[in-house]
Design a binder for this molecule. Structure first.
Ligand code: AMP
Length: 507
């Protein structure tokens, strides 16, 4: 009988040992890497970490490109018991300086071009480099010739595997501490409910500094013994080049809206695919419908966050309902609660709270912040507002901080956005609250029109008039070419609120 793995690396090593010659990574322009190659590289990289003085529990901070070696480095950290701390490649030196001060890494891995920047920020910090294609730099140089045997680190499922900094649109970015057990339980669950096997080939076009590309995509593929096509970034030409070899695509909603604009997307080009998954930001119901009409595939939408890994998913078999994120994952408890944490009846809008083996260990060096965001009974307060139907199906209505309070009434932006998005000629919309003398906040719609469509403010207001209570109707409708989005495709409502702050006077 199989014993329980000691830590997450052990779980991965067992899968790899069962299929050493099978391909794990398919790499554009390079030879692929088998599971044996991958595990051997992880050992060599783990020796480099040890030579740099990294011991179990030490942080290894990484701000580098997306390549096979970055995956080997992640695995080396798991193997050596180090804590992997990837950073968004867009972070500026000032932001990196904060992360270094906060996490106090033992080692920093960056691109050759980034070396001087890090040295200027933290003169005493050991820095290794990794070129964008992964094949150059001091890290792979030092790894060459190292042993492919590495002593097991004494780490268990409760030890930290990673710290991921939250995107921090309000206040300081916080380091979410994820244990080996958090990653293991979530990846096993997702592999099973999404029916991942070693026959699968995942088209991987997401960044690997975020939970979606790093943990959901990579960990699930590893535990399934599947293959992964590691594309440096999302780019439709590369997607269509590799699509014939793939079985699954994981994406943020913008992948799907962009692919829908491509004439190559058809039933023929996607007929062999097993699954399209979307997450990290809300998938428009319209995108879901268009995708199904064009390809015959119903996109499977799931919901999660850095602090909790994945929380809910639409079913693999059964209805994948547009606008819903499905059901709590097996072993994960979700409740909709009021401000005091008491469960609300089905259908009521409230805070989504979650408890389970997927939920993180707290914010790094922020015990007070951690305490604030957990209920006494262990439920984590996600900050997302949602509803749950009697059968458990979850819908997200928006971030709590995006809730609009106008004239004392609560307005949930998602409800208005969904109606606006249905208006012919509207491609998408964001509804925000702006300071308003009379109402506290004025409901404001920011719309993007479809190419060639020319809508007016009056037309949008007229289309909403009979469909929404007066207090929910936008006071103004503005038009923009694009909504501001972050790298994960999330609409940055905080930026919109800043831009239009004085729309109704000085509030
Ligand atoms: P992050 O920690 O960057 O992954 O962001 C997590 C947040 O993204 C969640 O708290 C939600 O607000 C949002 N999110 C993730 N998946 C979805 C989804 N399927 N629909 C709507 N919002 C989502």
């Amino acid at each position: 009988m199989q014993t329980t793995p000691r830590n997450f690396f052990d779980a991965i090593a067992r899968v790899a040992a069962a299929r050493p010659d099978a391909t794990f990574l398919l790499l554009p322009g390079r030879a692929s890497a088998s599971f044996r190659d991958t595990m051997a590289a992880a050992c060599r990289f783990a020796h480099v970490l040890a030579d740099a003085g990294v011991r179990p529990g030490d942080r290894v901070m990484v701000q580098a490109g997306k390549n096979a070696e970055a995956i080997f480095l992640y695995l080396a950290c798991l193997r050596a018991g180090a804590v992997y701390v990837p950073l968004n490649t867009a972070y500026t030196p000032a932001e990196v300086s904060y992360f270094i001060g906060d996490a106090e890494p033992k080692l920093f891995v960056t691109t050759p071009a980034g070396r001087e920047r890090v040295a200027a920020i933290a003169p005493g910090l050991t820095v290794l480099t990794l070129s964008d294609d992964g094949q150059g730099g001091t890290l792979p140089e030092q790894a060459a010739g190292q042993s492919t045997v590495f002593p097991d680190a004494d780490v268990g499922m409760n030890d930290l595997a990673s710290i991921l900094y939250t995107s921090g649109t309000t206040g300081r970015s916080k380091g979410a501490m994820l244990s080996h057990g958090n990653l293991w339980s979530n990846a096993e669950t997702l592999r099973d409910i999404w029916h991942f096997t070693d026959k699968d080939v995942l088209l991987h076009a997401l960044p690997i500094f975020h939970i979606h590309g790093l943990f959901v995509a990579t960990n699930v593929s590893l535990l399934a013994g599947a293959k992964m096509v590691l594309l440096p970034k999302f780019e439709p030409d590369a997607i269509f080049e590799w699509l014939p070899q793939a079985t699954v695509l994981m994406g943020v909603p913008t992948f799907y809206t962009r692919l829908l604009q491509d004439p190559r997307l058809s039933r023929e080009t996607t007929g062999h695919m097993r699954l399209f998954i979307s997450g990290s930001a809300p998938l428009l119901a319209e995108t879901h419908r268009q995708w199904q009409a064009r390809t015959g595939h119903a996109i499977l939408e799931r919901y999660g966050m850095t602090e909790t890994n994945m929380i809910a998913s639409n079913p693999y078999e059964g209805d994948r309902v547009p606008g819903s994120v499905g059901y709590a994952l097996p072993g994960v408890s979700v409740r909709i609660a009021d401000d005091a944490g008491s469960p609300l009846p089905p259908g009521a809008v409230g805070m989504i709270e979650v408890r389970g083996p997927n939920v993180f260990q707290g914010y790094w060096r922020m015990p007070d912040k951690t305490k604030e965001e957990f209920r006494k009974d262990g439920f984590f307060i996600t900050g997302d507002l949602g509803t749950q139907e009697p059968d458990g199906r979850i819908r997200i209505v928006g971030r709590g901080k995006d809730l609009i309070i106008t004239g004392g009434f609560n307005v949930y932006p998602k409800e208005i956005e969904s109606l606006i998005d249905e208006i012919a000629g509207v491609s998408e919309s964001a509804v925000i609250g702006l300071p308003h003398d009379d109402f506290g906040e004025g409901v404001t719609a920011v719309c993007v029109c479809e190419k060639g469509a020319a809508l007016t403010e009056q037309q949008v207001l007229a289309a909403l008039r009979d469909r929404l209570a007066k207090f929910k109707q936008p006071k103004r409708v503005l038009f923009v070419d694009d909504l501001p989005r972050n790298t994960m495709g999330k609409v940055q409502k905080n930026l919109l609120r800043d831009i239009y702050r004085d729309l109704y006077g000085k509030g």
